[in-house]
Design a protein around this ligand. Structure first.
Ligand code: SF4
Ligand code: SF4
Length: 361
């Protein structure tokens, strides 16, 4: 489940991590890819793709588990008796994840992710906005050198031109050329450059998360109108989410009128409508529920069972018949309300519906 909560980039990183563990570092992978196919290459590639497919399938099941109760879903998969739509969505999501995180990777970030297109609008003035950038004053001119030499005497900056920052970049850009729209801020270039700086005994943070003003030795303005607006927006959204969590009703009620017959007249001369009621218990405990209906004088509710019991996380469907004396009908179609509550009365929900009858005399 946790896997699903990770952003695409993290999922991509998970696939990369598996690839590195099985295939070794990037230069080893490039070397192997150029080799002719042999038993070792087939073995390594098969293991990698097998693990990727298992992981993608697991994620696909988790996605579909948001819409179909997960325990039921896993049981059905084990028995190979999943419905065709559920199979479709499990395979669709698995394939999408395998394709995106295993094959497309940075192409998703560059060409498909809308964030890249509007990030410059969000950032505003580059002087005060923290982004990933190279300290050009310290780093340039770049060039290779031996460890331990005084590079300044050779008119060089701290950048050894090792190109590791480009090699690790998931979108394949060179951050030394300045901020580019493809940068997803993953900070992989910062980590690898810090390692290089460590090995060369240079101070770290040649590439860092910083502002242009800081790099130029000027003051960074934190309280800017754009930042105040973003903070206010974030507070409103957080409050909205909190409100919806706190007022969430752990119960759902769906009412569907029987479409085969508009209404029928019983032997007692009452007008009857039939409804299919679906109850979903979203609470962590099972409950006994009571169902009532109102909206027309003398409305009677008839059910096959008076004991509506739904386990936690499960749903239940019941057929309900509503009957009323035609004298009490004021129009052909009347508004009615179904009210469902736990027997303790602590969880309540209502749902509007229509009651159809003959034209009143
Ligand atoms: S990793 Fe650092 S030292 Fe190496 S090329 Fe990139 S910026 Fe220069
Ligand atoms: S933060 Fe660095 S590694 Fe990550 S996308 Fe941007 S430039 Fe590439």
């Amino acid at each position: 489940m946790v896997w699903l909560l990770l952003p695409t980039n993290s999922m991509d990183r998970g696939f990369l991590w598996i690839e590195r563990k099985i295939e070794g570092p990037r230069n080893q992978q490039i070397k192997r890819d150029k080799q002719d196919w042999n038993a070792e290459k087939i073995r390594i590639k098969t293991i990698k793709h097998f693990i990727w497919i298992v992981l993608s399938f697991y994620t696909g099941i988790t996605f579909v588990g948001y819409f179909t109760p997960i325990r039921e879903l896993i049981d059905l998969i084990m028995q190979l008796s999943l419905g065709s739509w559920e199979w479709f969505w499990v395979i669709f999501y698995s394939f999408a994840i395998y394709g995106n995180a295993g094959w497309l990777r940075e192409q998703v970030c560059i060409y498909m992710c809308p964030y890249a297109r509007f990030q410059s609008q969000l950032l505003g003035s580059q002087n005060d906005m923290a982004t990933i950038r190279l300290n050009e004053k310290r780093g340039e001119p770049r060039g290779s050198r031996k460890k331990g030499i005084n590079y300044e005497e050779q008119n060089l900056g701290a950048c050894t031109d090792c190109s590791l920052c480009v090699q690790v970049c998931p979108t394949g850009i060179d951050i030394r050329d300045g901020l580019q729209y493809q940068c997803i801020g993953c900070a992989a270039c910062i980590d690898v450059c810090d390692e290089v700086m460590d090995k060369m005994n240079y101070p770290k943070k040649l590439i860092s998360y910083t502002t242009l003003s800081i790099l130029e030795g000027k003051k960074t303005h934190i309280l800017r109108p754009r930042i105040v607006f973003y903070v206010a927006l974030l507070i409103v959204l957080t409050l909205g989410i909190l409100y919806s969590i706190l007022t969430r009703i752990p119960l759902s009620l769906d009412v569907i009128r029987d479409r085969n017959t508009l209404f029928r007249e019983t032997n007692e001369g009452l007008i009857e409508n039939v409804y299919k009621i679906q109850i979903i218990n979203k609470d962590t405990q099972s409950h006994h529920y009571q169902l009532r209906a109102s909206g027309i004088k003398g409305l009677q509710i008839k059910m096959d069972t008076q004991n509506i019991h739904v386990d936690s996380g499960q749903n239940s469907e019941i057929v309900v018949r509503l009957q009323v004396d035609p004298e009490n009908l004021k129009s052909r179609s009347s508004n009615i309300t179904f009210m469902l509550n736990t027997k303790k009365g602590n969880i309540n929900i209502e749902e509007e519906a229509r009651f159809v009858g003959p034209t009143p005399r």
